[in-house]
Ligand binder design. Structure first.
Ligand code: SF4
Ligand code: SF4
Length: 213
């Protein structure tokens, strides 16, 4: 799903001091993206060619089980409400308001991920080699061998950075919930979330801004 070709950490200098959770999330995404870059690099050394590219979005319509963690949901909600502007905002608002769980991902606008900077870990890590997915295909099920296997050490570190947000501070506890997989129990499925409530939040935000002049 369109990996970053840079491993530079995303940064929102005006927002991070206001929202301390944001730095933690951006750090986790930075580690995730570095892991994806390294994973792709290793596959390319074996002669494989990444099939994903900008504007390629069949996966965003066909995937039905994308996990999204609570901190990621907060990030998406913030980004959509406060950062997306213009025609993309208008279109996204409509899609969120009318979202039904049999639709594709509500954040796909004109074949581009409207939350690309804050898209979930699962989207960042889903990359396919050699052949572009056909419409309706989820390569995880049709040809698992062509799907990048995320590098565990990076994924574990990304979760480790996020865990204090959930009140899991001690190193030994963090290790345990990552090792035994308990961390995944708090994930939601993206398509099952109540996205119309996010559209309402956008409306409130816009009215407040309009009222404040
Ligand atoms: S190749 Fe498949 S996984 Fe990659 S961006 Fe295209 S549709 Fe998505
Ligand atoms: S958030 Fe949605 S549109 Fe964005 S990459 Fe993930 S599935 Fe695609």
């Amino acid at each position: 799903m369109n990996p970053e070709n840079t491993t530079e950490r995303l940064s929102f200098p005006a927002d991070e001091p206001v929202h301390p959770w944001l730095s933690r999330l951006l750090e986790a995404y930075h580690i995730t993206d570095a892991g994806v870059c390294e994973g792709i690099r290793r596959e390319e050394l074996q002669g494989r060619k990444l099939a994903c590219s900008k504007g390629c979005a069949a996966c965003c319509r066909s995937h039905t089980t994308i996990p999204v963690y609570p901190l990621e949901l907060i990030g998406i909600s913030w980004y959509v409400t406060e950062k997306i502007r213009g025609s993309v905002r208008e279109q996204l608002h409509k899609q969120l308001l009318n979202y039904r769980d049999q639709d594709g991902c509500p954040f796909l606008v004109d074949e581009i991920c409207s939350i690309h900077e804050l898209r979930p870990m699962a989207c960042r890590q889903f990359n396919v080699f050699d052949t572009v997915c056909s419409e309706g295909e989820d390569a995880w099920y049709t040809r698992r061998k062509d799907v990048l296997t995320p590098l565990k050490e990076y994924t574990d570190r990304a979760f480790d950075v996020m865990l204090p947000f959930y009140g899991i501070e001690k190193k030994s506890e963090r290790r345990k919930v990552i090792r035994d997989g308990t961390i995944h129990g708090i994930a939601r499925v993206l398509k099952d979330c109540n996205w119309s409530s996010l559209a309402e939040k956008m409306t409130h935000h816009d009215s407040r801004l309009a009222n404040n002049g």
